[in-house]
Ligand binder design. Structure first.
Ligand code: 26Q
Length: 746
């Protein structure tokens, strides 16, 4: 059957008469049908990637590509006066993640399927996902994001479980999303409540947090600044792992497995601490099957592996035992036994599962009871081993390992930057699709003027397309300097802002930059994170100032994209020239945006942090701009408690000038004085993430970037080297490492 014949079955009218909504519905149903016709591949051992977040993005185009029918569908639509691009416009983006950790899970699922490995994801089906960000009066507000109404890649699954939760029993419903590889289809199992009630949501993202039978799966990480929210988050975590554990044991039995040898049938990768209750829940279920608790614990330990994604102390999860008693009373005795065993063996309070304040330390629970603990970039793992988790490294050195993150090139090159993809195929052939390190063949062309010019032309075209997509009139001949990531103080968007304010003031004083600059931001802030929201406020105020001042706008524009998500990332990344990766050294575990931007020919301006360290090593000093304090210095400064922000404020005149500007008349005429003052105070009195000590070096290095940019051939060469060396950051490489060293599938 041809694609045209197939599609006819799923469309109510001839293609040229269909609306784009109808076409999206028709094509996605056709895709689902084609996926269902594929024979399931039997497997012995299976990976379960358990994660509270899967930030998968739109699926239409990637599914068409994976099924090998993209070109046919595109042609068919064009012949009928329709565009595939607009069909994609009718698809809602599932917003089932905050940022890096969730997007990594999505890239991993893609690579597992592409490498023909047997591996499924387990998570939650949040009705409204993460909030939708809406700007009002230069401030972030939050709205629900009802993606499920229209998503037709989500299918009702066959499983439903009764989950004991606190003093009630919750009924779950499985939904599945197929993850399509060239040769295999895996599944993402997303659990929802059978009894969820969307009408509970009132104003914005506010709702009654008490009724868990109705609200449990409404939102991703509901605001946990109050007690009811915290409790809800714990309920969510338990609901996810309880369903997951039942599914895993059922599938083991269905394949004829013996639960005493669970590890021959399953390997469970625990994505950060959010799914750590999987461990006591599995032990509990195995004990219920008649296995002794010692043996059950050994089985679980051989089955589970834990990935750490953060070294920020405030992000390490711990739950008061009292709360556990309320939500998971049946797990408390399990956790207490595990705690007693470890306390008997190890007296160091830092490694206790239940701490002196009667809180369950989730990372500690994981580390004692898994066979592997991995960090997500070289530097991050080193810091875990030698500093943050050193007390554990001394006990279990063999469990610690590094798996540097990666990204799927199918989405972050082929799909989002088709011109660059075609250029690569023309220039070095398509060997890089199967072996990403083959991108290095590009290095042979580093002096080829024609090749370098082509790269510049592709970048220019992507910049033009971005300008058409964005709501402002931007100068496509300016430098596109981009910082896109969640808003967090450690990521230091505020340092970027201090530079931009300094630039703005110089322009006002008649000192014009050598090249016009367009500084673009994309970032969501957690709804209860006040200072992060103040930083967004400052960005939006600077956007207004630079847009409306005709003395400034020809030379400097600040622009912030609303509701930054996977879809807008796919537009921004191919157009980026300068990639801002300026976290305080030691704080960014890895970063993955840095990899996507590098692959698309952006040059990194960054600190020696996370995977920037590895990018630096791969491309060499000439093809990256590194500045600022290094991790050792930072850790030392924290240790000595020696940093006083005010000293810098008072001794560096241009820094003082920029900081003072935050509450000056200009900004207060477009912004809220109270918010701006709060942010300014935070910087002068605290500056916990040490932007002031790095300011001078940042300014100098960023100016050097802009100056070097003007030699177009030299810049193009840097782009080429970055693209050529990005092969290491393919998530196919990461997944192969996980598999050969930890999972041992096939
Ligand atoms: C914890 C407690 C209470 C409420 C929320 C949370 C919470 C939620 C989300 C804690 C952490 C997260 C997400 C973390 C995350 O995205 N980490 C990023 O993971 C990426 C993939 O490994 C890395 O590249 C980034 O460096 C890291 O920041």
């Amino acid at each position: 059957m041809t694609v045209a014949e197939r599609l006819k079955k799923h469309c109510p009218k001839p293609i040229y008469d269909c609306t784009y909504r109808e076409l999206y519905a028709g094509i996605s149903q056709m895709v689902n049908e084609m996926i269902a016709e594929r024979k399931p591949e039997p497997c012995q051992k299976k990976l379960y990637y358990v994660s509270a977040e899967f930030l998968i993005g739109k699926l239409l185009v990637s599914n068409l590509l994976s099924l090998g029918i993209y070109d046919q569908v595109e042609r068919l639509l064009t012949e009928n006066g329709k565009s595939l691009n607009e069909v994609e416009g009718a698809e809602e983006e599932p917003s089932l993640g905050n940022g890096g950790l969730g997007r990594l899970a999505a890239c991993f699922m893609d690579s597992v399927a592409a490498l023909n490995l047997c591996g499924d994801g387990i998570g939650l089906c949040y009705r409204f996902g993460l909030f939708k960000q809406v700007f009002e009066e230069n401030r972030q507000t939050e709205q629900p994001n009802p993606w499920m109404d229209t998503s037709s890649f989500l299918e009702k699954g066959r499983r439903s479980y009764e989950i004991p939760c606190g003093d009630t029993v919750l009924h779950s419903r499985e939904y599945t999303i197929s993850v399509v590889g060239e040769k295999r289809v895996n599944a993402l199992h997303l659990f929802d409540l059978e009894t969820v009630d969307e009408t509970l949501v009132e104003e914005g993202i506010l709702y009654d947090k008490a009724q868990i039978e109705k609200n449990l799966t409404l939102f991703l990480y509901p605001d946990d600044s109050d007690e009811a929210g915290k409790l809800l988050r714990l309920y969510q975590q338990y609901f996810m792992v309880a369903n997951g554990a039942r599914l895993i044991l059922d599938e083991c039995r269905e394949r004829g497995g013996n639960l005493r040898r669970l590890y021959d049938y399953a390997v469970i990768q625990i994505n950060d601490t959010h799914p750590v209750l999987m461990i006591p829940e599995l032990i509990y279920l195995l004990v219920k099957e008649g296995i002794g608790i010692r043996e059950a614990t050994e089985i679980v330990k051989k089955t589970c592996a834990y990935t750490n994604h953060t070294i920020l102390a405030e992000a390490l999860e711990c739950w008061p035992l009292a709360m556990m008693r309320k939500v998971v009373p049946h797990l408390v005795p399990m956790i207490q036994v595990l705690d007693e065993w470890t306390k008997k063996k190890y007296s160091n309070p830092k490694v206790a599962i239940i701490d002196a304040d009667n809180r369950v330390q989730m990372a500690n629970l994981a580390i004692h009871n898994t066979f592997s603990i991995n960090g997500v970039a070289f530097l991050h793992t080193e810091i875990l081993k030698h500093s943050e988790l050193n007390h554990f490294y001394q006990i279990y050195p063999e469990r610690f390992n590094n798996k540097t993150n990666g990204i799927t090139f199918r989405r972050w090159l082929t799909q989002c930057n088709p011109d660059l993809d075609a250029f690569l195929c023309r220039t070095i052939g398509d060997r890089f699709r199967k072996d990403p390190s083959a991108l290095e063949d590009l290095l042979a062309h580093a002096k080829d003027k024609k090749v370098l010019e082509e790269l510049l032309i592709i970048k220019q075209a992507n910049k033009r397309r971005l300008c058409e997509y964005l709501p402002w009139e931007l100068n496509e001949n300016s430098i596109f300097d981009i910082q896109i990531k969640r808003l967090h103080e450690y990521k230091r968007q505020q340092l970027n802002l201090l530079y931009l304010i300094d630039r703005y003031l110089s322009i006002k004083a008649g000192k014009l930059p050598s090249m016009p600059i367009t500084a673009i931001f994309g970032a969501k802030a957690a709804p209860a994170y006040t200072i992060a929201k103040d930083i967004i406020h400052l960005i939006l105020c600077m956007q207004e100032l630079t847009e409306n001042d005709s003395e400034v706008s020809p030379y400097l524009r600040v622009a912030m994209v609303e509701n930054y998500n996977v879809t807008s990332a796919s537009r921004l990344i191919p157009a980026c020239e300068v990639s801002q990766q300026i976290s305080l050294a030691s704080k960014e575990a890895s970063g993955t945006g840095n990899m996507k931007l590098m692959l698309n020919g952006a040059i990194t301006l960054g600190t020696e942090d996370g995977a920037n360290v590895e990018i630096h090593r791969l491309v060499g000093d000439d093809n990256i701009y590194i500045f600022g304090a290094r991790a050792e210095t930072v850790l030392k400064r924290y240790g000595e408690k020696s940093y006083v922000a005010r000293e810098y404020y008072e001794t560096v005149p241009e820094l003082k000038r920029a900081v003072d500007f935050i509450t000056g008349d200009k900004l207060c005429s477009v912004g809220n004085r109270q918010c701006l003052k709060r942010l300014q105070n935070e910087l002068i009195e605290k500056d916990w993430f040490m932007t002031f000590p790095d300011f001078a070096a940042y300014k100098e290095t960023r100016n050097a970037v802009y100056s070097d940019y003007q030699d177009r051939m030299e810049w193009a060469k840097k782009m080429l080297v970055n693209i050529a060396m990005a092969g290491y950051f393919s998530s196919d490489r990461t997944i192969m490492e996980y598999n050969t060293q930890l999972w041992k599938l096939k």
